[in-house]
Design a protein around this ligand. Structure first.
Ligand code: SAM
Length: 281
C-alpha cells in the first residue's frame, strides 16, 4: 500500500472517490503519523481491535499487522472497492459497512476470542462524542481507546477541574478512563486538509472506579450541576437537598457558591452517594 499523499490521491482518484464532508472524511496520508499512532497504542498479538471509520485503510493495514483481528465500521459504502484492494493481504480484518452508532457491537464481536479489546480510530469529528459515549455505555469493556480527535474536542475529554473545558462529559469519561494526550498531529498530514490541528488521546480503563450507590443518579446530578455553567451549585441544584449537598461540599472546603467547574469527581461521587442514602432512609 502506498502511504504517500500522492499515492493515496491516485488510488482515490482512480476509483472516482469524492470526499464527503458530511462523514468527516479527512484521511491520514503520512506514514510517520500512522506509525506513531500504532506505537502509542502498544497493541499485542492477542488483542482484538475495533476501528471506526477505516477510510482508505491506511491505519487498518498497520493495525492488522500487529493485532489478532480488526473489526472495522465504515459508513461510506463507496469505499468498499478501495478498502478491498488496499487490504487484500490482510485476512484478519472484517469490515462492516454501516453506521457504528447503530450497531450492536457486543453481537458483532461475539465470535472473536481475545485477551484485550482496544479501539483505535481517527474519528469523524461530527460524531466524536456520541462514539466515545457509546463505547462506554454499550458495556463492551474496552481496555484502551486510542483516538485521534480535533484538538478542541480532545481538550474537553481530558479537562481537569478549574479549567474552562471541564464539564459533565469530562467527568463521564474520566469516571471510567484515565485520559492522556499521546500525540500532537498537524493538519498538514490529512487529505483534504482540515481547518484545525488534532491530538491523539489514549484512554485507559481504570483498575478501580469510584463506588456509586446509583450510577444514573450520579450522572444526572453531574449534568444538572453543569446545566448553567456560570451559575453556582446552589442555583443549579435547587431541586436537590441543599443541606446535604452543603455538608458534603464543606468536607472538601467548598460551599454552595462554588461552581461545578471547580469540583473534582470524588466530591461529586460523595454528594451523589449521600443524597441517595438520605432518600433511602
Ligand atoms: N481512518 C481513516 C484515516 O485515518 O485515514 C479515515 C478517517 S476519517 C477522519 C473518518 C472516517 O469515518 C471516514 O472514512 C468516514 O466515512 C467514517 N465515518 C463517519 N461516520 C461514521 C459512522 N457513523 N460510522 C462508521 N464510520 C463513519
Amino acid at each position: 500500500m502506498n502511504y504517500s499523499p500522492k499515492g493515496t490521491k491516485e488510488v482515490l482518484e482512480s476509483n472516482n472517490f469524492n470526499f464527503k464532508k458530511k462523514f468527516g472524511q479527512n484521511f491520514i496520508v503520512d506514514e510517520n503519523t500512522i506509525n506513531s499512532i500504532i506505537n502509542k497504542a502498544n497493541i499485542d498479538s492477542d488483542t482484538l481491535v475495533i476501528e471506526i471509520g477505516p477510510g482508505a485503510g491506511a491505519l487498518t493495514y498497520k493495525l492488522s499487522q500487529v493485532s489478532k483481528n480488526v473489526v472495522c465500521y465504515e459508513i461510506d459504502k463507496t469505499l468498499e472497492n478501495i478498502l478491498k484492494s488496499n487490504l487484500k493481504d490482510s485476512n484478519n480484518v472484517e469490515i462492516i459497512f454501516d453506521d457504528f452508532l447503530k450497531r450492536n457491537v457486543k453481537d458483532d464481536i461475539n465470535k472473536y476470542r481475545y485477551s484485550k479489546l482496544y479501539v483505535v480510530a481517527n474519528l469523524p469529528y461530527y460524531v466524536t462524542t456520541p462514539i466515545i459515549v457509546k463505547l462506554i455505555e454499550d458495556n463492551i469493556n474496552v481496555d484502551r481507546i486510542v483516538v485521534m480527535v480535533q484538538k478542541e474536542v480532545g481538550d474537553r475529554f481530558k479537562a481537569m477541574p478549574g479549567t474552562k473545558d471541564y464539564n459533565s462529559l469530562s467527568i463521564f469519561i474520566n469516571y471510567y478512563y484515565d485520559v492522556k494526550k499521546v500525540l500532537d498531529v498537524s493538519r498538514n498530514v490529512f487529505m483534504p486538509m482540515p481547518n484545525v490541528d488534532s491530538i491523539v488521546l489514549s484512554l485507559d480503563k481504570k483498575d478501580v472506579i469510584y463506588e456509586l450507590e446509583d450510577k444514573d443518579y450520579f450522572f444526572k446530578l453531574v449534568r444538572d450541576s453543569f446545566k448553567q455553567k456560570r451559575k453556582t451549585i446552589r442555583n443549579n441544584l435547587k431541586e436537590y437537598n441543599l443541606d446535604i449537598v452543603e455538608k458534603v461540599l464543606e468536607r472538601s472546603n467548598f460551599d454552595l457558591s462554588t461552581r461545578a467547574e471547580n469540583i473534582p469527581i470524588n466530591v461529586f461521587v460523595d454528594i451523589a452517594n449521600e443524597l441517595v442514602k438520605y432518600d433511602r432512609k
